[in-house]
Design a protein around this ligand. Structure first.
Ligand SMILES: NC(=O)c1ccc[n+]([C@@H]2O[C@H](COP(=O)([O-])OP(=O)(O)OC[C@H]3O[C@@H](n4cnc5c(N)ncnc54)[C@H](OP(=O)(O)O)[C@@H]3O)[C@@H](O)[C@H]2O)c1
Length: 281
């Protein structure tokens, strides 16, 4: 009963593999897949099967998935290329006879107007069309998207207005993904996953409270926020995607309002205050 995890060389995939190991899945039944596999040599040393594959290379995906039963499909990071890449993953999973897929998606993928939503929705549709029983984990924003320590000096900037964002730690979301893929069968097809909903002003207030410094949130127009991001070194296209995400977050696109994360974790979500404390430590 082996489980393939793609994106295993990234932050989320590694945390999900650690969570699978903690749940008692034998290392030899976990197949960790990514391109820069030198990053996960330590997992190979612990008995995890490590295989190289690229989402751009169908043959490498078929070889990586061979003999596996389940797939934790961590979405790729190359925005704009992912619809084709993810279709390659779904086709290879079909060829390999994978019997269950858990995919990391985006909140409200079928109605979200975020630029990022299109590739996730196309992937969910490809999974549905494949006929492979699939679960969509629509993850809201990681706390790690925010530079908590940097904010103590420079404050937060964004364009999310008073929109509540269901911020969760990446570790909680990865543990939930491990629970979803480890489970037999499928209890629920779509999970809208996030922590407590907070505005970016409320996040700033929490960092103020804990750091003892006045931490501000500066709300900008999406255009000014994109300019700000380019000013701190982000590529223009990525800055535009992040500004668009914030613009939509202002209207609630990243607010989940469910208890789905608790349900998968089988315990309360890590409180934001605890996560901020850990980030400041
Ligand atoms: N919810 C959120 O707040 C949030 C924030 C950022 C990203 N995300 C999404 O969640 C995913 C996981 O997050 P993360 O923090 O783990 O991101 P990450 O650390 O950047 O990891 C991305 C992973 O995707 C793999 N990847 C990218 N392109 C690939 C390709 N063409 N072929 C094979 N593997 C490829 C990378 O493999 P290599 O390093 O080996 O190339 C890496 O393992 C991201 O990829 C993105 O889709 C969500």
């Amino acid at each position: 009963m082996s489980i393939v995890v793609t994106g295993a060389t990234g932050h989320f995939g590694r945390l999900a593999i650690e969570a699978l190991l903690r749940r008692g899945v034998p290392a030899g039944q976990i197949v960790a897949v990514g391109r820069s596999v030198e990053k996960i040599k330590d997992l190979a040393d612990r008995g995890v099967v490590v295989r190289h594959a690229s989402y751009d290379d169908p043959e490498s995906l078929r070889a990586a998935f061979a003999g596996a039963d389940k797939l934790l499909f961590v979405s790729g990071s190359e925005v704009g290329k992912r619809t084709a890449q993810h279709r390659n993953v779904v086709a290879a999973a079909k060829d390999a006879g994978i019997s269950k897929i858990v995919y990391t998606s985006l909140p409200h993928a079928e109605t979200s107007r975020m630029i990022l939503a299109a590739e996730h929705l196309a992937t969910e549709q490809a999974l549905t069309e494949s006929g492979i029983p699939s679960v969509f984990l629509r993850n809201s924003w990681y706390l790690e998207n925010y530079n908590i320590q940097g904010a103590v000096e420079h404050g937060f900037h964004g364009a999310a207005g008073d929109g509540k964002i269901s911020i969760a730690t990446r570790a909680d979301l990865a543990e939930a993904a491990a629970a979803a893929i480890a489970a037999d069968g499928i209890d629920q097809q779509v999970y809208e996953l996030g922590g407590e909903g907070v505005t970016l002003s409320e996040l700033a207030d929490e960092v103020s409270r804990q750091s003892g410094r006045e931490v501000t949130y500066t709300d900008l127009s999406p255009e000014k926020y994109a300019e700000f991001l380019v000013g701190v070194g982000l590529p223009e296209q990525f800055a535009a995607v992040l500004a668009d995400s914030d613009k939509n977050a202002a209207e609630g696109s990243l607010y989940t309002g469910t208890e789905d994360l608790e349900k998968l974790l089988g315990r309360p979500v890590t409180p934001l205050a605890d996560a901020v404390r850990a980030a400041l430590a």
